[in-house]
Design a protein around this ligand. Structure first.
Ligand SMILES: *Cc1c(COP(=O)(O)O)cnc(C)c1O
Length: 429
């Protein structure tokens, strides 16, 4: 049996860990399958414990822009480990990573390293509230900013002015301080600013949304948003945990030539090891302890091994022109998918920017969460199972991106197009 070992391990895992996983999407719940258990990965390929090989488009949900197990990053991790694992004191490597972040993100005049994207966002929000002395935050429906309490909020049914927790365990009083707007709709934000004059500390956004599938900002949307924030004395926070060092080496802000007040980073800046960062305007960052009144700390923050992996990753990206390579792979994939899927163009929509791509099982354009939710998840479910069985490891959810890396080869992409076409033919007919 093709998945025998995986099935056995998952059975045990389910008795020891909720859902058998340490992060919910890994449980394959939305596709009604038992997950494959991973043994190892190299370059564009990932292998399960039954020895099945897949072309990987999950890429750890973003960090592996260089492909898996890059030799330079392995060496950096080994070398750093030889020097010790954690000190509770500053190291030269942290300063080097801060310098690299500042070099590519000029808006990040000062930075603080943390351990995850969630932590970066949580701390950025506290900082924005402390700096502006205001309580309310605006986020966008369909954007994901990690799992801190303030961010697990969705629009209430009916009016956009009410928001409700999107998870149990979040107090209503906290959720009331997070307002929810519609992606690509400047008017929806104008309304919120009008109804909450002088109360909005910050607007947080994924400048390219990649957690409801890939949804691109319309021309002028981000600029309009930034202008509104400035007019209202609110900070604008770009959550570039996915887009940073991917959409361009300077992230989405480099791509669109915009300068947020605060930026959150994660994923690629740790090259696959746990890390996060938030940074921005010097006057804002100086509000952070020990300089200012906003408290934030971490025993393992700036961990030398994670930082070493991040430095090696960023240097390898520079050296290899890895972003262009990943973009070329995505362009090739997109072009060939469009050619091969012509017959289905009224049944699917493909959104793409740089090395991020989503195939939606939905007709017409996908510009916001409401559009995304019109996707046919039953079709996706069948599609996913066929693609997995034929050797493609994609996210087990319609609402995720395919992540390309600099290591996806033409042969990988040709096989991918073949498998996707076969699967779509089977499910749509
Ligand atoms: C992944 C992600 C996060 C959360 O990062 P974690 O490291 O998983 O906590 C936050 N924001 C965005 C845009 C993300 O994609």
């Amino acid at each position: 049996m093709k998945y025998k070992n995986s099935l056995n391990i998952i059975k045990i895992a389910e008795t020891l860990m909720p859902g058998g996983v340490n992060s919910p999407v890994r449980a394959f719940k939305s596709v009604d399958l038992s997950p494959v258990v991973i043994k190892k990965a190299k370059g564009s390929k990932i292998y399960d414990i039954d020895g099945n090989e897949y072309i990987d488009y999950v890429m750890s949900y973003g960090p592996m822009l260089l492909g898996h197990s890059d030799e330079r990053v392995i060496k950096a991790i080994k070398d750093s480990a030889e020097d010790g694992f954690s000190f509770g004191a500053t190291t030269e490597r942290e300063v080097e990573l801060a310098g690299l972040i500042n070099k590519h993100f000029p808006s990040i005049e000062m930075v603080r390293l943390v351990n995850s994207g969630t932590e970066a966002v949580m701390s950025a929000i506290r900082l924005a509230r402390g700096f502006t002395k205001r309580d309310k935050i605006i986020k966008f429906e369909g954007c994901y900013h990690g799992h801190s309490d303030s961010m697990l909020v969705k629009a209430g049914s009916g009016a956009l002015t009410t928001s409700v927790p999107s998870s149990a365990g979040i107090t209503e009083s906290l959720s009331k301080d997070t307002l929810v707007a519609v992606y690509n709709d400047v008017e929806s934000i104008k309304d919120l600013f009008l109804n909450h004059k002088g109360e909005i500390a910050a607007v947080i956004i994924e400048p390219v949304a990649a957690n409801m599938g890939v949804v691109l900002p319309k021309e002028g949307f981000l600029k309009g948003l930034a202008d509104l924030c400035r007019e209202n004395g609110s900070l604008i926070i770009f959550d570039e945990v996915i887009t940073g060092f991917r959409v361009s080496i300077g992230g989405a802000q480099g791509f669109f030539n915009l300068k947020p007040d605060i930026t959150c980073l994660g994923k690629i800046i740790g090259g696959g090891l746990p890390i996060g960062a938030f940074g921005g305007r010097r006057d804002v960052m100086e509000y952070l302890s020990p300089l200012g009144p906003v408290y934030q700390a971490g025993t393992l923050s700036g961990n030398p091994i994670c930082v070493a992996a991040g430095i090696a990753t960023i240097k390898a990206i520079e050296e290899d022109n890895a972003i262009s390579k990943a973009n070329e792979a995505a362009n090739y994939l997109l072009k060939n998918l469009k050619d091969e899927l012509k017959d289905f163009k009224d049944k699917i929509a493909i959104n793409n920017i740089s090395s991020l791509l989503t195939i939606f099982f939905k007709k017409g354009r996908v510009n916001n969460f409401e559009d995304v939710m019109k996707s046919d998840t039953e079709l996706f479910k069948k599609f996913f199972g066929i693609a997995l069985n034929d050797g493609l490891f994609t996210a087990p959810s319609q609402y995720e991106a395919m992540f390309l890396s600099s290591r996806h080869t033409k042969a990988d992409l040709d096989k991918t197009v073949f498998v996707i076409k076969k699967a779509i033919k089977e499910v749509i007919g």
